[in-house]
Design a protein around this ligand. Structure first.
Ligand SMILES: Nc1nc2c(ncn2[C@@H]2O[C@H](COP(=O)(O)OP(=O)(O)OP(=O)(O)O)[C@@H](O)[C@H]2O)c(=O)[nH]1
Ligand SMILES: [Mg+2]
Length: 300
């Protein structure tokens, strides 16, 4: 008898910076979700869909769960990370091998009543095999007998094994999305995210956290995609920093973002960037809604 088709949702959760987005991109084989060396890069739930002859696995990338609830946007991000837990078929909790601490323990505690949990120990490329074992033993104390899978999302180590475990836990069912669809997000959204990624990577200190990006125009022409986007900052002083001396930083952001978007749309891209101020947008309900940070936009 041939095995039945499997289909289900798999949440990737964990503390900020553990490699959730990197892992989702590696499992899908496409860059859907942006990544950066800073915590709190991802702000929304983002689906990454992998479909084969045997299964459709719908990964849900989420913002890192954190204790900073100072601004409305932080509360939105924490809701985006935790609101799906009871709706998915499997929860993968990502831990970073070098930095397992109380914050991870809290997250493990949060999922202790869920049946379907796999613990993914990421970034094993950063330590020796010898050093990995005692850490796995320590984590096992908090794991309530759940499977712990060591991987490197960046180096694509042991991902086959993780995938096999994930698929074995998916329920039988029909696909939820067409087999050529890889995400629920629009190209418009992904373009805005790619611009935000460059800002996260190129700007120093706290500034990236004061920034959001909106795509105002997105027009596909025969041999060109025309995009006009606005980088929103919270203060006047931040605008100058984003633009840089003689516009040098803004130019760099634009060039890097354009190259990535071109790769994704497989077409030439004309990207126009503006920088505007919307005071305290990250703590203002109306601004957040206008910029797409609204619970109604959560993917699941
Ligand atoms: N060495 C190493 N670095 C990794 C690995 N996986 C991810 N990273 C790096 O860790 C940083 C954070 O990765 P992300 O994928 O953005 O982490 P995240 O959990 O999505 O972070 P948030 O969205 O902020 O919660 C990036 O600089 C990645 O390149 C890994 O397996 N090994
Ligand atoms: Mg992320």
């Amino acid at each position: 008898m041939t095995p039945r088709f499997k289909s289900g949702y798999v949440a990737l959760i964990g503390k900020p910076n553990t490699g959730k987005s990197t892992l989702m991109n590696a499992l899908i084989g496409e860059k859907i979700s942006i990544t950066a060396h800073r915590p709190q890069t991802t702000r929304h739930q983002i689906l990454g869909i992998k479909t084969t002859d045997g299964y459709q696995c719908i990964f849900v990338d989420t913002p890192g769960i954190h204790d900073n609830n100072k601004k409305l946007i932080h509360r939105y991000m924490n809701r985006a990370a935790t609101s799906i837990l009871s709706d998915v078929d499997l929860i993968c909790v990502l831990l970073e091998v070098k930095y397992f601490n109380k914050d991870d323990e809290k997250i493990l505690n949060r999922v202790k009543d869920f049946d379907k949990v796999v613990i993914v120990l990421n970034k094993i490329d950063q330590i020796s095999k010898q050093d990995c074992l005692p850490i796995m033993r320590r984590i096992a104390e908090y794991a309530s007998g759940r499977e712990i899978v060591p991987v490197s999302a960046l180096e694509k180590e042991n991902l086959d094994c993780l995938e096999t475990i994930i698929i074995s836990r998916l329920p039988e069912g029909v696909p939820q999305f067409p087999d050529d669809q890889i995400t629920d997000q629009s190209m418009r959204f992904i373009a805005a995210e790619i611009i935000r990624e460059k800002l996260f990577r190129l700007l120093k200190q706290e500034l990236p956290y004061s920034i959001t990006v909106s795509v105002d125009h997105y027009k596909e022409e025969a041999d060109l995609v025309r995009i006009s986007a606005t980088i929103w900052v919270e203060r006047k002083s931040q605008k100058g920093i984003v633009i840089g001396k003689n516009g040098s930083l803004l130019k760099k952001i634009g060039t890097q973002a354009r190259k990535d978007i071109q790769r994704l749309v497989e077409n030439k891209v004309y990207l126009q960037l503006w920088v505007k101020i919307r005071e305290d947008w990250a703590d203002d309900e109306q601004s957040l809604a206008a910029f797409g940070y609204s619970d109604a936009n959560q993917s699941h």
